[in-house]
Design a protein around this ligand. Structure first.
Ligand SMILES: CC(C)(COP(=O)(O)OP(=O)(O)OC[C@H]1O[C@@H](n2cnc3c(N)ncnc32)[C@H](O)[C@@H]1OP(=O)(O)O)[C@@H](O)C(=O)NCCC(=O)NCCS
Length: 149
């Protein structure tokens, strides 16, 4: 299988990855703004959209992975970590040395895949604190960009 990552993330690719519709919790103005800034990465497997990553840079100095999503049925083939590595390469090029990410908190053993918590721990992210946000408890993580390269 051939996975390719580039900056050509489009709304059509997002619709495909979400299986027909971008969820309403990612409103148009959010997507438009990140695409305009060039803060989106698209993963394609054998030429077809298979996952994406959207980041932002808090305060202009702290990169944060906002959304990482692998299309249903494409999980477990390294697409998620390939997207994360591509984001790390962008951060290095922008002279940042640490990446922040997050996922829903909870016991990984008690959750079924897909599970962002075990993904981060498996790939060497260190736990920061959790925050109680409107949608629930969110676990934050950090990693040195170099560890992902
Ligand atoms: C979490 C997610 C990004 C992982 O992407 P992926 O391409 O399946 O992950 P990779 O193949 O790069 O890494 C595999 C590791 O991630 C974890 N993992 C998480 N979800 C998984 C899934 N559905 N299938 C396989 N592995 C998964 C496991 O630790 C796995 O390691 P293992 O095979 O030794 O058990 C993906 O499943 C997804 O989009 N989930 C829904 C959205 C989400 O939870 N995003 C993360 C919060 S930002």
């Amino acid at each position: 299988m051939n996975v390719q990552i580039d900056n050509n993330l489009t709304k059509d690719a997002l619709i495909d990855i979400y299986g027909g519709k971008i969820p309403s919790y990612h409103p148009d103005y959010f997507i438009d703004s990140r695409l305009k800034d060039g803060f989106g990465l698209l993963a394609e497997m054998d030429g077809k959209p298979a996952g994406f990553l959207i980041y932002t840079i808090w305060w202009g100095n702290c990169p944060f992975i906002e959304v990482l999503k692998v299309k249903e049925g494409f999980e477990g083939h390294g697409i998620g970590i390939s997207l994360m590595r591509a984001a790390a390469r962008e951060m290095k090029a922008k002279n940042f040395d640490t990446l922040i990410s997050s996922s829903e908190a909870g016991d990984p053993e008690g959750k079924k895949y897909p599970d962002g918590m075990s993904f981060h721990l498996k790939h060497g992210f260190e736990k920061l604190n959790t925050l109680h946000l409107p949608h629930g408890e969110e676990q934050f993580f950090s990693i040195e960009v170099e560890k992902l390269l």
